[in-house]
Every structure is written in structure tokens, then in C-alpha cells.
Design a protein around this ligand. Structure first.
Ligand code: COI
Length: 357
């Protein structure tokens, strides 16, 4: 392994890449990782020397607080390669801002901006070959931070590790998604951590989602924890409802993630002349709209999922099917707009593309 020391960043490269053993035409989301990873520890009140090292296991004490109290946050981002081999991120400043917001809520130290961007762009340049060009292909980037202090009293850690790992991916959901509308379980509550990308928000969904999957659905649309009458988000995605020609999505709050794809969809829809209402939306409103034929579409929006159309929802043991609008759906149009911007195939009038060089 060769060591190169640049300004701030220590780089330890792999001797030989694993890339030859990867079948890019047959990827399962989140199972294949690139050659390198970014690591930076926080000790004695300070972030230490950031490093890029070969991807692999790392020793940790079993008493590390993350294992006991779930003091952990993460982000989801993607890098795209255009047909000329140029690499782009999509609105990375939003992810950087949000991970620090998540850190603050979990009583974790914020990560410095220059370490984040230098680490991320250096990592992407090193592992550039892992980013496949072509619409639909991308490199999923997972920045995360964990509490590593080996102490099991229930208190915030004194030491942390901030890391970035990368995984080549194809679409998260294969085909359309069927969802259950939550009536009993909750994802988040007022004053809680729903707006943060806290690891525990996801773990808490696994059991109710497993129950939904046993009934033949892939995801849950969460409702407000007080009354279960307002539609919120789908856990791995924010959700949009099209009634007649109006697109409706719930406002962000301390229960709902402020999704980067969500805000981009709102902007792109408005750019297309579509009326978007950001307002509380009742379950009953979509049930009524489904019954009277005015509910045209439901789709989810998220980094991993991009825009995923929902083909049916279940509420109080009744299943409501949605029509297949094919390429005439808002979902299909907005997804194409988004992918074209991400892959440098369309004008980027909002300056969302971030070139990596
Ligand atoms: C993302 O879209 O990046 C997410 O956070 C979803 C992930 C849990 C797969």
C-alpha cells in the first residue's frame, strides 16, 4: 500500500482494485463497496487527521456507545458520470447541512465543511472507475457518524467517527411499490428525531415494514403519531399525491425528513407549470379522491429511490389501486427531468450539479 500525504488528508491506496470482480449489470442495492473509504475521528474535543484508507473491517470496542444507544446519523447521496466521463454530485451542500443538523439533534459534534468536501471529492476521484455512466446508474454515497467511546453509561459519547463509504447501485425499487397506510405504529413524534437522519428512525420501521411485507406490500406511508389521520412520509422516501392536476405533499416538520429529492421535485414540478400544494393532507382526502376517480398518482421521492411510483395503497384492510398512466404520469416526467439534470443531459438552471474534479 502506498501512502500519499496531501494538505489535510492522509491517503492510503489499495494495492489492487477489486473492481474486476464486480458485475455492474447485476447489482443488489448496498451490497458492493468501492476500494476506499473516508475516516475521521473526533477525540479530545477535536476532529483529527482525516484519512482515506482501503475499504474494510475496522476494530471497535464492544462497549462503543453506538452499539448500546444508537448514537448514529447518516446521509444518502449519489454521484453520476456523464457520457464524457465527467463526475457530478447532486446538491451535496444540502446533505452536508442536513448531516450536521442530524448531528446536533443527537448531541454529536458537527463535521467541518472543508473536511467533508475534500474527503468526498478525493474519495470519488480515487474510486472514479466505480461510477458507471448511463441513466439509472450511479454511485450511492453513504456518509455517517457514530459514537465510538467505549463507555456504556447512557450519555453522549466523548469520541466519534465520521466516515464515507460508496456503493455502485442500480434503482432501489424494481418496479412499482405497494404501500400500507399506518394506523397503529408511528415513525416519529412531535419533538422527536423524525427530521434527522438518525439510524434509529430506520431500525424502528423494520418491524412494521416486515408486517406490511408479509401482506404483500413493500413500504408504509406513515401518518401523524397523534391522530393517524394525516399522511407524512414513507420512511425511505417523501410522498407526493396527485389529485386531478395538483401535486400535494406534506410540509416538513420535526416529524418529517426535509428530503433533497422532495424539494427538487417541488421545484421541477413548478418549473413544468404544475400546481404544487405543500400542506397537511388527510388520509380521508386520498381515500375520497380514489373513490371518485380524482386521485391520479402517488409517488415517493428519495435519493436511493429517486422517484418511485406507487401502484396501490391499503387502508383499513381495503386496497385502493392506482391507474397506470405510463409515460404520461407526473412521476415519469419529473423523474426524467431529474435524471437528465443529474447525468448532465439537461440545463441545470438551479445550479444543482456539483462537478467533481
Ligand atoms: C436514501 O434515499 O438515501 C435513504 O436514506 C434511504 C436509505 C435508507 C436506503
Amino acid at each position: 500500500m502506498s501512502n500519499i500525504n496531501t494538505s489535510n488528508l492522509l491517503i492510503e491506496k489499495v494495492e489492487s482494485s477489486k473492481i474486476k470482480g464486480v458485475d455492474f449489470s447485476n447489482l443488489t442495492f448496498g451490497t458492493t463497496f468501492t476500494d476506499h473509504m473516508f475516516v475521521c475521528d473526533y477525540v479530545n474535543g477535536e476532529w483529527q487527521q482525516p484519512k482515506i484508507v482501503p475499504y474494510g473491517p475496522m476494530p471497535m470496542e464492544p462497549s462503543a456507545r453506538v452499539f448500546h444507544y444508537g448514537q448514529a446519523v447518516f446521509e444518502g447521496m449519489k454521484a453520476y458520470k456523464d457520457e464524457h466521463g465527467d463526475v457530478f454530485l447532486f446538491r451535496p451542500d444540502e446533505n452536508f447541512r442536513r448531516i450536521n443538523k442530524s448531528c446536533s439533534r443527537l448531541a454529536m459534534p458537527e463535521f467541518p465543511e472543508e473536511y467533508f468536501f475534500e474527503g468526498l471529492t478525493t474519495l470519488l476521484n480515487l474510486d472514479k472507475e466505480w461510477i458507471q455512466s448511463g441513466v439509472g446508474n450511479s454511485l450511492y454515497i453513504r456518509p455517517f457518524a457514530i459514537a465510538i467511546e467505549p463507555v456504556i453509561s447512557a450519555a453522549p459519547s466523548e469520541s466519534y467517527r465520521f466516515m464515507i463509504i460508496c456503493s455502485p447501485v442500480s434503482p432501489y425499487y424494481k418496479g412499482k411499490v405497494k404501500v400500507v397506510i399506518a394506523e397503529h405504529f408511528s415513525r416519529s413524534a412531535d419533538g422527536g428525531v423524525g427530521y434527522a437522519k438518525a439510524a434509529g428512525n430506520y431500525a424502528a420501521q423494520f418491524y412494521p415494514t416486515k408486517l406490511a411485507q408479509e401482506k404483500g406490500f413493500q413500504q408504509i406511508i406513515w401518518t401523524d403519531s397523534n391522530t393517524h389521520t394525516f399522511l407524512e412520509e414513507a420512511g425511505t422516501m417523501n410522498v407526493f399525491f396527485r389529485i386531478n392536476d395538483t401535486l400535494i405533499t406534506a410540509p416538513t416538520s420535526d416529524r418529517i425528513l426535509d428530503g433533497v429529492t422532495r424539494k427538487s421535485v417541488i421545484q421541477l414540478a413548478r418549473d413544468n407549470g404544475i400546481t404544487v400544494e405543500v400542506r397537511p393532507i388527510k388520509v380521508q382526502e386520498i381515500v375520497d379522491a380514489s373513490n371518485d376517480g380524482t386521485l391520479k398518482e402517488i409517488f415517493g421521492a428519495g435519493t436511493a429511490a429517486v422517484i418511485s411510483e406507487i401502484s396501490a395503497f391499503e387502508y383499513r384492510d381495503e386496497v385502493y389501486d392506482l391507474q397506470d398512466l405510463g409515460s404520461n404520469s407526473y412521476a415519469a416526467k419529473l423523474k426524467q427531468n431529474m435524471l437528465n439534470i443529474q447525468h448532465n443531459l439537461a440545463e441545470d438552471k438551479h445550479n444543482w450539479r456539483y462537478p467533481v474534479n
